[in-house]
Design a protein around this ligand. Structure first.
Ligand code: CA
Length: 232
């Protein structure tokens, strides 16, 4: 399978040039043009390599890099910096970036670094975030283990998938239709009541006080929102 590369770069021209060049090399390429959507994409889709600009609108490259590492991602990261930004700072902060390039750079140089990083990581070795910590709740995506205050929480498969979807889209208001489509995979056939029932079960298991939910909030008239703040 072709390696998947995510480019997070706000300079449209450069982002397009990189995308075209990398696609020509046979990579599957995704592009985000600001820090927040870059972080979202990195959390949601599996990538084998990230090319991350340092200065971005929304959260910057450093913040993204640190968060992904805290979440257990070992995807190689190639950081791009403008010439005036000293890379000492980036490295000094121990961001977890694997390599960096100073702009402007030659495309062959970038391709060489990409190639080296992918080879070093090995095929299929990189993983997206695998652990989420929300308050007392810890969710391990890979082992599908959930603990609350260190004690295991037994979830049915659907409950886990629903919780995972919530956590991976925390802060977003999710409609019942979206949850049904994404978690159950059918287009509105069984009623959206299915979602409500599973949310209620999930609340029983993960909320300290299920009657007064702090994690899975009801957004009246719209759906639900996962409010758990991630902790590193
Ligand atoms: Ca930039």
């Amino acid at each position: 399978m072709n390696a998947r590369i995510l480019i997070v770069e706000d300079e449209t021209g450069l982002a397009t040039t990189l995308k075209d060049r990398l696609r020509k090399q046979g990579y599957a390429v995704g592009v985000a043009q600001d820090g927040n959507s870059g972080m979202d994409m990195a959390m949601r889709e599996p990538f084998d390599l990230l090319i991350l600009d340092l200065m971005l609108p929304g959260q910057n490259g450093l913040a993204i890099c640190q968060k992904l590492r805290q979440l257990g991602s070992n995807t190689p990261i190639l950081m791009l910096t403008a010439r005036r930004q000293t890379m000492d700072k980036v490295i000094g902060l121990r961001t977890g970036a694997d390599d960096y390039l100073t702009k402007p750079f030659k495309m062959v140089e970038l391709l060489a670094r990409v190639d080296a990083l992918l080879r070093r990581a090995g095929p299929g070795k990189s993983t997206g975030p695998v652990r989420y910590q929300c308050g007392d709740l810890q969710i391990d995506i890979r082992s599908t283990e959930v603990t609350r205050e260190g004690r295991p929480v037994a979830l049915a498969a659907k409950e886990f998938q629903l919780l995972r979807y919530f956590v991976e889209h925390r802060g977003a208001t999710l409609s019942r239709d979206e949850l049904l489509r994404e978690v159950w995979g059918y287009g509105g056939q069984p009623s959206t009541r299915t979602v409500d029932v599973h949310v209620a079960w999930l609340r029983q298991k993960i909320e300290p006080d299920p009657k007064n939910p702090q994690l899975i909030l009801t957004v009246v008239g719209l759906g639900y929102k996962f409010a758990g703040e991630p902790k590193g």
